[in-house]
Design a protein around this ligand. Sequence first.
Ligand code: ADP
Ligand code: MG
Length: 406
Amino acid sequence: MAEKKTVRDIEVSGKRVLVRVDFNVPFKPGTDEISNSNRIVASLPTIRYLLGRGASVVLCSHLGRPGGRSIQELSLRPIRGRLAQYLDMRVSFSESTNFQRIQQDVSRITPGEVILLENLRFHPGEEANTVEFSKELSDLAEFFVNDAFGASHRAHASIQGITGFLPSVAGLLLEEEIRSLEKVLLDPLRPFVAVLGGAKVSDKINVVNKLSLTANKILIGGGMAATFLSASGRFVGSSPVEENFLDKAKSLLNNSPDGNAKIVLPKDVVVSDEFDSQSPYRTCLVSEIGEREMLLDIGPQTRDIYAKVLSDSSTVLWNGPMGVFEWDHYSEGTRLIADAIARDGVVSVIGGGSTVDAVSKFGLEARMTHISTGGGASLEFMEGKDLPGIVSLLDADEPYDKGVVG
Ligand code: ADP
Ligand code: MG
């Protein structure tokens, strides 16, 4: 991907800068209490950078899926307080969805101040990426900064449409995400091991495909292991198998140019008759899975084999839990793999919403090299797709007014 201009390349003193952040954070169910504020913390460097250089900072984000209507439970208002705490300063909030009112609110802030706009998806034009809404957004500022890596795979007005109207550059988080992922994908320190798991093969097959060209080994776990095991001729009991992806999985398994099995599948598993946290469970070899049993975690022999591979690696890319780690009986595989990755001297890049949750559940966040804030976005990036929110930013060598219709 072409190098992009960043906040470091623009002169922001005295200017209004609209920053698209990803404040799509989880809340404790039924409350306005933020349960994980990683995404807010991740946005601070760019905000501080701009404030420190005398910009007026206008922040905008989506939250959840209000579908173009105002839904009070999805207001960004609770985030204002948390942000004010982190920045240790007053943060204004514009609660209106009327653009004249938003304009007035925004015009009240002065250089060095911050205002947060209400949920962008309260406006139907955001997801529809209308010219009208993109233009209205662009009227709020003189520069646009995309720092919302987690939303950059969406061609929405605040991600893509707006870049047609304002000089548009990358924020520091976006830059860091791109740099970390590109380093792993293009120039990893070897041996380079990918660990892929999670619920479904269909979500990840393109990533397996892409990584099979560059990784030295790919360790497979999670629900998607069932489809791979089935593709390799194993019986997987009642585990869901995605039939449409069997051929693709088969061809990936058979394509080991050096004769070494590049894709490694579980040898033993933890199984149960029910998809339930409390039902009886047992550990068995893959060859012993019963008719009614489904695999819910990788087994202890597999954990050892995978941990050994990881202990010899220099770079690890991990996306997708090894089992249903949310339930104690099936969390050991994911925990052990997380431990094996969190070693000194390993470059570790973690992507995927649940994988990041698992890493924080085990208290290993600080031991990973890079934790991506974008689930879907990091998958698409790893597949080699162009993300609309990245390609539409100015290239490093482009003039500021390129393509801007003003
Ligand atoms: P990520 O968000 O990290 O990309 P996914 O969304 O692909 O990961 O999958 C995460 C979910 O997969 C978790 O909720 C986990 O419980 C589930 N999962 C993991 N292993 C299994 C399994 N063997 N059977 C069913 N679900 C699984
Ligand atoms: Mg997920």
